[in-house]
Structures are given as C-alpha cells and as structure tokens.
Ligand binder design. Structure first.
Ligand code: ATP
Ligand code: MG
Length: 301
C-alpha cells in the first residue's frame, strides 16, 4: 500500500486577502479596508489541505522558498496535516497572491516566485510511487512543468497511479493545447470558463463530449450553480449548498478535494460530484481557502 492516498503537485504561497474598498484608484488615493488576512494559498496547497481535512493521507510536492512567506506556508501546512515534500525552488523567492475580494467577484495580483520552479524531471518515479493518486494544480502558472506533464502522467498511469488536473486560469490567456496531457488524465476539473477556453467550444456539453471521447472524465465547476460531470457512458449534475458566502477564494480547490476524497474512498461518480459541490460551497463560509473547508461528516447526508 502506498504511503499517501494523494500526492498534490503545484503551487503553495501565502494569499493576502483584502476586503472592503478594494478596487484600486490611483493618483495617490488612500482607500480603507474592512479586513486583511494573510493565509495559506496556492491551488495545490488549498486542495491538499482540503484532502487532509477529509481524511486522506496527503502529500504536497511544491517549491517553497527559505524566506518569511515560505515559513508561513510550512507552518500552515504542518498545522493542517499535509506532508510537504519540498521541491527545488531554484533560488526563487516564495510567491504571493494579493486577493482583492468582493462578495461576488475578485481580482488577483500574483508574484509567481517559486510557483514556476517545478520541472518535469523533479517528479521522479520514486516520488510518484509514494501515492495512489496524483493531482496537479495551476498548470498555466507552471509552463516548465506543463511542457513535460504528459510524460509524468503517462509514467504514473503505467504504475497504476490515477491522475487528475485542475489547470485554473491561464493569465496569458493563450490556452495552449492540453490534448497530450489529457490523454493521460483520468479526471479533468475545470470551471465553466476554463472548459470553454481550453476546448474553444462554447457549449459545455459539446466541449465535454470532445474530451470524454478521448477518454477523460470531465468535472466542471459552475460557481453558485454547483457542478456538472461527464464520463464515458454517463453524466450528472449537483447543486452547490446554500451558504452565507464570505469569500470564494479556493472554492474550486476545496471542490477538487471533495471530489478526490469521495472517489479515493470508493464513491460512485454521482456521489463524488455531490461531495465536491458541497465541499466547494462550504469552503466559502470564511475568508481564505482553508479556514472553512468541510469535514467528512458535513458531506455525508
Ligand atoms: N457563491 C457560491 N455559493 C455557493 N456555492 C459556491 C459559490 N461559489 C462557488 N461555490 C461552490 O464551489 C464550487 C467551485 O467554485 P467555482 O465554480 O467558483 O470554482 P473555480 O472557478 O474553479 O474557483 P477557484 O477560483 O477557487 O479556482 C462550485 O462548484 C460550488 O459548488
Ligand atoms: Mg479553479
């Protein structure tokens, strides 16, 4: 039996979460905030935290610098029960995202730092074999990793390790083709806008059908509407939960954690998508990605 249920690969950095009058006005204007929280961020780190909260033995492979932001990341991961397997940061400083958060939308300013340090060669067979499942997050922030991820996923699957991918948004908006990677991806977890951009197909049913035809299961997040999923021979939808939304940072990552926890515990797809949508919704109850992540008892009826 592998040491970890899931190995999450990708970004880990603090999020500085600002609420209040957050739409910047220049000309040396000073604006007042109502809240500021410095919390664990990074899609991979938040997904890993959600997996650990839901009882999975969870490792995170990420590059974290030897600096103040890095120390914060290490301390938070340890507190959340995630084992950090440290990747070579290649001398970069730990990244940071400043989140300008409004109830229904947000803008983000990101210093990539160590986020783009990972290389495909860092993901050795020895590392992969420590887990039963490998999940990669924030692919478009990691072009060097992306260039060799198809080979990494191929090696994983050849060893019987399942694979999942959440690219998140592409800040360059070039949306380079994922065809080669998706060929070796068991589950692809985009939001609606990302599915449209990546496939260049507007209709989600058509977009998903194109990917399912190539053998990938698609689980699409759709904000307050919940989620939809398509797989060879089936499909389903699940509503989000009605919650008092404080902050949606990391909802998609918590969604991924809910899905993976269910599937890796043997749940059917429909149940896993319901867990995912509930986990996404519940995570919005507090500021930041990890503070309000769901416990297992909250996801089961
Ligand atoms: N306003 C909301 N009310 C209730 N549930 C929500 C809300 N926003 C998100 N969720 C839940 O969280 C899930 C994921 O959210 P969303 O669709 O925003 O993902 P995302 O765009 O990938 O987010 P992220 O920015 O974290 O990557 C949704 O499928 C839904 O279940
Ligand atoms: Mg997302």
């Amino acid at each position: 039996m592998a040491q970890f249920d899931v190995l999450v690969i990708g970004d880990a950095n603090p999020d500085l979460l600002l609420r209040g009058d957050v739409r910047p006005r220049f000309g040396q204007a000073e604006q007042l905030l109502t809240a500021a929280d410095l919390v664990l961020g990074g899609s991979a780190a938040i997904t890993a935290s959600g997996c650990a909260r839901l009882g999975l033995r969870t490792a995170l492979f990420a590059a974290v610098g030897d600096d103040t932001f890095g120390a914060l990341v290490r301390a938070q991961l340890a507190e959340l029960g995630v084992t950090l397997l440290a990747a070579d940061g290649r001398g970069a400083p730990t990244g940071l995202t400043v989140v300008l958060s409004e109830p229904d939308d947000r803008g983000m300013l990101t210093l990539p730092g160590t986020i783009s340090a990972l290389r495909p060669g860092d993901i050795t067979d020895e590392l992969l074999h420590r887990a039963g499942h490998v999940h990669v997050a924030s692919l478009y922030l990691q072009p060097a990793l992306a260039a060799g991820l198809a080979g990494v996923f191929r090696r994983a699957r050849a060893a019987g390790i399942t694979t999942s991918l959440d690219t998140n948004w592409d800040p360059s908006e070039k949306w380079e083709s994922l065809a080669e990677i998706l060929e070796h991806t068991d589950v692809f977890l985009p939001n609606a806008a990302e599915l449209r951009a990546i496939t260049r197909i507007d209709d989600p049913d058509e977009a998903a059908a194109a990917l399912v035809a190539a053998g990938t299961t698609v689980v699409m997040k759709d904000g307050a509407r919940g989620a939809r999923a398509w797989w060879p021979g089936g499909g389903c939808a699940a509503p989000g939960r009605d919650v008092d939304v404080v902050d949606t940072t990391g909802a998609g990552d918590s969604f991924n954690a809910g899905f993976l926890a269910a599937r890796l515990s043997g749940a059917e797809m429909t149940e896993a998508v319901a867990w995912a949508a509930a986990a996404g919704s519940l995570s919005t109850r507090a500021a930041g990605g990890t503070a309000a992540q769901a416990h297992r008892a909250e996801l089961t009826p």
